[in-house]
Design a protein around this ligand. Structure first.
Ligand code: PMP
Length: 304
């Protein structure tokens, strides 16, 4: 990742990609206290546009607020930084990674006298769970790792340290031959994937877990809104793993994962074991919206 051309926005300056480095005593590297975003830009009808830029930046600020990290920039400035890195790296479509971290000004858990540093990078990144799987669907496994309890780390913050749990779960699933993990919350109800929210379809109704132990996903919100606009019944509720087993369809949502069908969970086929019709309809609609081919929500696209 480090050895490539381009520029990265760091603390207000555009720095050549290979020179965008930090000291080994960077506080966040030691203790994981930081917040970040994953954002995508797509080639749309009138040029490249960032999808739900303002919502992502707002979530970044909310994450910082939850962790009580001081933000040295305004939302507006970070919106402009994200547009700039896509533009200045000549990207037609991109994955954008803003991150706020504590620097090397001091060590220790007291974390006083630390400064928040901000970086924004962007690069081309295809289908996170594989192009073929977007049609065929993936195989997932209930994780032996429990998703964060709200009083351990707070799931509404997209915080760096939260992802140790995600990585342990994903690594276990991949090692066991699955494509992704499904994590349960501390009470045993379905929470989310390692980096995705989960949806089920049963008897034409769309279900997704409430947000106790899941990130407030922007793709989740997009799908809930698009589904409601299509006239589908949508319900947010507690979901058990056996409800997933007997669902007609299931899929993951996320900025990186987009809308990825799930064809099997814990070695049980979901529905017909292929991408279901509601999943396909929502997936197509999602891609139409992010690519500006469907004009229902022009406010979701910010052209660079
Ligand atoms: N849950 C987790 C743990 C994630 O990391 C992500 C990706 N940001 C999501 C859900 C989906 O969120 P979004 O749709 O905002 O990308």
């Amino acid at each position: 990742m480090a050895d490539r051309d381009g520029v990265i926005w760091m603390d207000g300056e555009l720095v050549p990609w290979r020179e965008a480095t930090t000291h080994v005593l960077t506080h966040t590297l030691h203790y994981g206290m930081g917040v970040f975003e994953g954002v995508r830009a797509y080639k749309a009808d009138k040029g490249t546009a960032i999808f739900r830029l303002h919502d992502h930046t707002r979530r970044l600020f909310r994450s910082a607020h939850i962790l009580r990290m001081h933000m040295p920039w305004s939302e507006d400035e970070l919106n402009r930084a994200q547009l700039q890195v896509v533009r200045d790296n000549d990207l037609e479509s991109a994955y954008i990674r803003p991150m706020c971290f504590y620097g090397s000004e001091g060590m220790g858990l007291r974390a006083d006298n630390l400064q928040t540093h901000v970086m924004v990078a962007a690069w081309a990144w295809g289908a996170y769970l594989g192009e073929e799987n977007m049609q065929k669907g993936i195989r997932i496994k209930t994780s032996s790792f429990t998703r964060h309890h709200v009083n351990i780390t707070m799931c509404r913050a997209k915080a760096n340290g939260n992802y140790m749990n995600s990585m342990l779960a994903l690594n276990e699933a991949l090692t066991d031959g699955y494509d992704e993990a499904m994590l349960l919350d501390a009470e045993g109800f379905v929470a989310e994937g390692s980096g995705e929210n989960i949806f089920l379809v049963r008897d034409g109704v769309l279900y997704t877990p409430d947000l106790t132990s899941a990130l407030e996903g922007i793709t989740r919100d997009t799908i809930l809104r698009l589904a409601a606009e299509l006239g589908l019944a949508v319900r947010e509720k507690r979901i058990t793993r056996d409800e997933v087993y007997v669902a007609d369809e299931a899929f993951f949502t996320g900025t990186a994962a987009e809308v990825t069908p799930i064809r099997e969970v814990d070695n049980r086929a979901i529905g017909a074991g292929i991408r279901g019709p509601v999943t396909e309809q929502l997936q197509n609609l999602y891609f139409d919206v992010v690519h500006g081919r469907h004009h229902v929500h022009p406010e979701w696209l910010t052209y660079i």
